[in-house]
Every structure is written in C-alpha cells, then in structure tokens.
Ligand binder design. Structure first.
Ligand code: SAM
Length: 314
C-alpha cells in the first residue's frame, strides 16, 4: 500500500521523538550518576551501603538558602567551606539547591559543571593547601572551574598568588563564579589580588588572546573525561602557559581518559603523573580499596590521579 505524505510525516515525527527520548535518557543517565556521586547532601543509601561520595577532605555546611521569586522554591544554597586539618580557609560558595534542573540537562553544551562540585575539585583544593609555595606570587588560571572554582578560591585565600582567573565555557558557571567572588573578596589573603571570572572555551582563541604565554600555573580538575575536547584542551594549556609554566591536573582514570590525555600531552610537554601524591589521600584510598564493596569504591572512577605538565623551552 502506498503511504500518504501525512503517514510518512507522522512516522518521521515518531522517529524524531524516539531519538530525542533516547538522547535525553542517555544524558540523564550520565548526569544522574554525576549528580549522585558529587552531591554534598546524603548519597543514596540502601540500608547497608552508601554509594561512594568522594574523599571527605573538604566538606560544605549549608548557611543560607535562596528562593526562586517566581514560585518560592529553594533555588540556591550558600555553603561554608570546611577544610580538614586547616582553619585558614574562610570561604562561602553557592550551589544550586537539591534537584538538577531538568532543562539544564537537556541543553546541548556540556552542563556537568553547572550541577555540583565534582570530587576532584575538592581534592585539588586540598592539594593546593598542602603545596602553597607553588602559587606564591604566580599568575594562576583555572580551566573548567565549574560552578565554584573551589581550588582557585583556596589558592586566592591562602597562597598569595599575583593574579587569578577562574574560567569555564559555560556562562551559567561564570554568573555563579561572579556572585561567589563578590561575596568572598574580603576573605582573600590580600584584598588587592586581581581576580576575574571569565568565559573561556578551550580552543577558542578569541576567548584568551590577551592571555597567551602569560600564565605561570594552570589548575584543572575532572575535565579529562571529555575525550572529544582533549585536543582543544591541550592546545589551550600550551597557548596560555609561559615557558616553564606548570599545569596541575587532578582527575580519575575514568576509562583511561587520564592516560590518553597524558599520551597526547607527552608530544610536547614534560609529563609527570603520580598515583601517591598525598599521604592522607593515599591512606584513605587504600582503606577504600580494602573495603571496596562497603564503600562502593571504584578506583577507575573515584581515585583522583595527579598529572603535572611543564611547558619546555624549545
Ligand atoms: C565535570 S565539570 C568539572 C567542573 C569543576 N572543575 C569541578 O570539578 O567541580 C567539567 C567542566 O568543564 C567545562 N567545560 C566542558 N567543556 C568545555 C570547553 N570545551 N571549554 C571550556 N569549558 C568546558 C564544563 O562547563 C564544566 O564546568
């Protein structure tokens, strides 16, 4: 039987709806996992085991709730940052409240940073606190800062950098970073440190033209799982760094994405990577490994590795 145009159209519409649903389901699946793993509040609990919820070195205590004026619902929450073993850090950060806004998940750009702080950001913040001299008097830039740029903020509040840039490709992250900066400026080690949040998409030269070859130290956390961005990320790091500049990256292996990035960067950077880079993190890791069922611990996804890139003089 010949199909009429309207039958063909409706079939086509059904296929498109099906495709959209599949795509939405796939995004939902990935982001829901991220959400649960990174969420500050209680992780899903089945009565016997708690899903792994990151290394508890930096924790957040809610101090103030904002509500959405249109419907009165809680929209964002301000948290006080607590760093284990240090009372130097006095910071407050803002994150979306409770549930992930569904519209945020279905947008086409990477929205992972606009949901929560990822675990490696906290690990990087802890590592910066343990290695303060690396940042003293340096021009520091964080790539893929997400909603909070927590490690950059820790550097600003305790390490006396000469200048700091918090950057991300997602404008929602930049809006949040600006609110956080406005609230915390008086808390930084020196009130005069120039600190800026700016939109910077990896590989888009116009976003960082005036910074080329000017950065001493780059910080990156949890950005290597985006394997299709590796080339642009590597080029951006190369362009931004001064000769002998360093880039410190914290990220889990996550399906070998860490190792693939290390191989790529090895073509022109000096690359070091370390598994055991901090005694506290290492001892927690070994405990989690010993009881991996109890902690629902998967080193591939949960153990953050450290990579150090140095831009050599050629
Ligand atoms: C998994 S999140 C990590 C955010 C933050 N570092 C953390 O750990 O909480 C990855 C971040 O990279 C940003 N991103 C992804 N692709 C990007 C690109 N091509 N250019 C700039 N930023 C990008 C996202 O907007 C997101 O904030």
């Amino acid at each position: 039987m010949m199909k009429t145009d309207s039958t063909t159209d409706s079939k086509q519409q059904q296929i498109e709806i099906g495709l959209r649903r599949t795509l939405a389901r796939a995004r939902w699946h990935i982001l829901a996992k991220v959400f649960y793993e990174g969420l500050e509040a209680a992780a899903p609990y089945d009565g016997s085991v708690r899903l792994f919820n990151g290394f508890p070195l930096i924790t957040l205590a809610a101090i103030e709730k904002e509500s959405d004026q249109s419907n009165g619902n809680e929209s964002n929450v301000w948290y006080k940052v607590k760093c284990q073993g240090s009372d130097e850090v006095n910071l407050e950060i803002r994150l979306p409240a409770g549930k992930i806004p569904f519209a945020e998940i279905l947008v086409s750009r990477d929205s992972t940073g606009a949901i929560c702080i990822w675990p490696s950001e906290k690990i990087l913040g802890h590592w910066c606190l343990q290695n303060k001299p690396l940042f003293n008097g340096k021009i520091v830039l964080e790539l893929g800062s997400g909603l909070t740029g927590l490690s950059g903020l820790i550097v600003a509040s305790t390490c006396n950098p000469a200048q700091l840039f918090l950057t991300d490709g997602n404008p929602d992250c930049i809006d949040n970073l600006n609110l956080i900066l406005a609230r915390n400026r008086s808390r930084f080690i020196s009130k005069d440190i120039p600190i800026e949040a700016r939109q910077l998409t990896w590989g888009q030269h116009e976003d960082y033209q005036n910074l080329i070859g000017s950065i001493d130290v780059i910080l990156i956390s949890d950005c290597l799982y985006l394997e299709n961005c590796h080339i642009n990320l590597e080029q951006t790091i190369w362009s931004l760094l001064k000769v002998n500049g360093k880039c410190y990256i914290i990220a889990p292996s996550r399906n070998q994405s860490f190792e693939k990035f290390a191989n790529l960067t090895g073509k022109r950077f000096i690359v070091q990577h370390e598994e055991n880079y901090d005694p506290i993190i290492w001892s927690m890791h070994t405990t989690y490994l010993d009881e991996r069922d109890r902690y629902q611990y998967s080193p591939d996804r949960h153990y953050p590795l450290l990579m150090i890139l140095t831009k050599p003089r050629y």
